[in-house]
Design a protein around this ligand. Structure first.
Ligand code: CP3
Length: 353
């Protein structure tokens, strides 16, 4: 077999990209905007492409993952693409028995509850996520000057799925392990920090322009518990990316009480959900971090004038942070009218940064 011809590096000039400028705390020419879960069920072209493909298989099929990532960029004209993947992809790639059940979310075959279980958790080798890094390579060729965001789930959010065995409202088994067996807890979190770090470093090496660490469920914790049981591990993940200089976004839901602690973990940008206004979030994070957020995804179901008024308010409040990346306060809801998203992008681009 002929040796594979190494692909030529893709030359892109992203110095003026509004998303990257805002993430560095500069005032770009316009307010950049992208949406968490911009690729997904709100788009008919996504539903058509996904038909007949299992979610995790789709994430690990480079042509498909590339096309799904591009769909919202073409349709809405957002200022960044986010890699189409899922937080459980590195677990699956490492050999953990996990599936994504439609309408439910990730389900784990053998939940982790003991030190033996933790020790059986396999490490991730970068070559196991080759389909993901290949997808990044395809995207860099297609995206031109639109930055690409890579991502991973943070150790706590992954631990919750692994310990509970699936999605959980109260995270009771997770918290029980944390309090009853702190040594087992920290061993689990250390392994997940390694896995997440390996996954993000592979994406950065493949050329993503920024990363987002999703600690979606960290808001279930008090600040004291967050600092003791979670922050050291998330810090290790984010600090592991100190070198390459790609902006790191750190996001969770219901994390109003944790914003200062999450900012300390080593992120460049703090993602904020809709519960805390951005000017207050800037105060809570000491005014040092650019912020990302924070339109309530449910507002997109309101009348046009209300969506516009709320978007203008968020742009105004965002001016009190050193940089502002407009986003929703959590992911696009599947029933969202995609035309409302397109109009929102147009509106945000007319607002003064
Ligand atoms: O556009 C993007 O933002 C990139 C795509 C993305 C997906 N998952 C695709 C996906 C991202 C960033 C994620 C991260 C993710 N996955 C998180 C963190 C972000 C958050 O929402 O807080 C979490 C907690 C998960 C776990 C997960 N995966 C859930 C809860 C679900 C939904 C299950 C359901 O059917 O309601 C998934 C599946 C999933 N991941 C879908 C998509 C588009 C839906 C799959 C489908 O189309 O059937």
């Amino acid at each position: 077999m002929a040796p594979a011809v190494p692909a030529l590096p893709v030359r892109r000039d992203l110095r003026a990209a509004p998303f990257l400028r805002a993430a560095r705390g500069e005032r770009p020419s316009r307010i950049p905007v992208w949406f968490m879960r911009q690729a997904g069920r709100s788009l008919p072209e996504y539903r058509a492409l996904r038909a007949g493909h299992d979610m995790l298989a789709a994430c690990l099929t480079p042509d498909l993952a590339c096309e799904i990532t591009l769909q919202p960029v073409r349709r809405h004209g957002v200022d960044a693409a986010i890699l189409f993947s899922d937080i459980v992809v590195p677990l699956y790639a490492a050999g953990v028995g996990v599936r994504i059940v439609p309408g439910t979310g990730p389900v784990v075959a053998e939940p982790i509850r003991t030190l033996d279980d933790v020790e059986r958790l396999p490490p991730l080798h970068p070559e196991q996520v080759a389909p993901v890094t290949e997808t990044v390579g395809l995207l860099l060729r297609e995206l031109g000057e639109t930055p690409l965001i890579g991502f991973a789930g943070a150790p706590f959010t992954l631990a919750s799925y692994l310990v509970e065995g699936g999605p959980s409202r109260n995270h009771e088994r997770t918290k029980a392990l944390m309090y009853s067996a702190p040594d087992v807890w920290h061993a689990l979190m250390a392994r997940l920090a390694d896995l997440t770090g390996t996954f993000l470093q592979a994406q950065v090496a493949a050329g993503v322009d920024a990363v987002q660490l999703f600690d979606s469920w960290a808001g279930a914790l008090s600040e004291r518990d967050y600092r003791e049981y979670v922050l050291p591990h998330s810090t290790r993940v984010l600090r592991g990316l100190d070198g390459p200089g790609v902006p790191r976004i750190h996001f969770g839901v219901g994390t109003g009480e944790l914003l200062a602690a999450m900012a300390e973990a080593g992120a460049d940008v703090v993602g904020v959900d809709w519960r805390v206004p951005l000017d207050e979030a800037a105060r809570r994070t000491g005014g040092t971090h650019p912020l990302q957020g924070n339109l309530d995804p449910a507002v997109l179901f309101a009348d046009r004038a209300s969506v516009e008024a709320q978007a203008r308010r968020i742009a105004d409040e965002g001016r009190s942070a050193p940089g502002h990346v407009f986003n929703l306060g959590h992911g696009v809801l599947p029933e969202t009218d995609p035309d409302v998203l397109t109009r929102l992008v147009e509106l945000v681009h007319t607002l003064r940064p």
